[in-house]
Write a protein that binds this ligand. Sequence first.
Ligand code: PFF
Length: 457
Amino acid sequence: MAINRTSSHGEWSSRTAFILAATGSAVGLGNIWKFPYITGENGGGAFVLIYILCVLFIGIPIMLSEVYLGKRGRLNPIASIRYISERENRSKNWQIIGLIGILAGILILSYYSVIAGWTMAYATRTAFGVINNIDALGATKMFNDFVSDPERLLAWHTIFSIITAIVVSKGVKSGLESAVIRLMPALLVLLLALVIFSAIEGDFMNGMKFMLYPDFSQVTWKTILIAMGQAFFSLSLGMGALMVYGSYLSSDISIPQTCVIVASLDTLVALLAGLAIFPIVISAGLEMTQGPGLLFQTLTVAFGAMPGGQLFGTLFFILLIFAAWTSSISLIEPMVIWLIEKFNISRIQAAIISSGTAWLLGIGTIVSFNIGKEIKIFNMNIFEMLDYLTSNILLPMGGIMITIYVSWLISKESIDSELNIRSTILRRIWYLSARIIAPLAVIFVMLNALGFNLTIL
Ligand code: PFF
């Protein structure tokens, strides 16, 4: 039975509005900053191919399950699952999914906001012409000097946290739809222009080859785990963000189509970012494996050399800040709504508590690049550890629990009416992927990456 409760926190104005908000959540630093550098670190083409397979066979089926939970539950992630469990006679312990999600969201936001701060700093530098005519060596030095200054990083992280808190305290819907509809196409256009610049000025052939030609000789289970983790991270899956956005979705809207559109847009942006960046990395003689600084170093060289690069680069960084900001809102929103609904506090108080927590934790990431470089946990610095824990463990764990819960334990009538998959074949394919393929693939990859050496052949 479709349950026509209306959401306690309002509804999207249309299907397009949901697509925009979900795309705003999905497209962010994950596509433009993280995807290129982890592709660079993990050998290129084969990694990209595995990533795309993960989006198709793991990401999209789980996305449907997650949006279903929000659309049916219509509350914060924990309460939604409690509500559905009551109706479906299932254990309330499944609420743990919501809890893992809230935790993952805040942990991700803690470092996400630091990197968004870097983007703000680079927007300012580009605007003031500091990067004009800079060469690869200069760009690398500028980046290294920048990240070795904890106070500067803290200042930008603080500014970004305050802006996020202000926006979130005003409520998600107001402004988000209209902002995404204007700024997301602009980001896409600038990204395309950057790809064209790369094609003319960079080593486009070798950049494309690096990104698209799969060389499986370097692929290990860890590579596959990272590609899979990136699919969860980039699609904003496994932590309740899409559950919250799904909870604003009015009940007559078909979920599958919307999910496929969001996943396609997200993947398109990541691939364009790669196409824009790798040719310049090669032509400027930068290292593919330089890690989190890759985007900033490469783009400074590109904008520094480009005619009109000062204006173009500033605009690009501003749009990237905006993309990071729409993603941050979705990272924090599950915790905010949970605090409001559970403790009956105001949105402003909830926004301050959530952003404050993420801000405090963010200090761990800041020091990972300077005074705390030597602090290592399992051979990773604090930033790397947080990233690994969230992308490669918490999000996939949340994701499989979501998909197992929805596809195995919820009545078919409810799934049929909420998911609205009209074709029988597609419905069967979704069941097969959500029940079996996605959970088994995630467990298999995680166990192998942990060293269990399972084989299927
Ligand atoms: N998908 C965002 C990005 O690619 O930048 C990051 C993110 C947002 C991850 C929301 C998880 C999430 F729930």
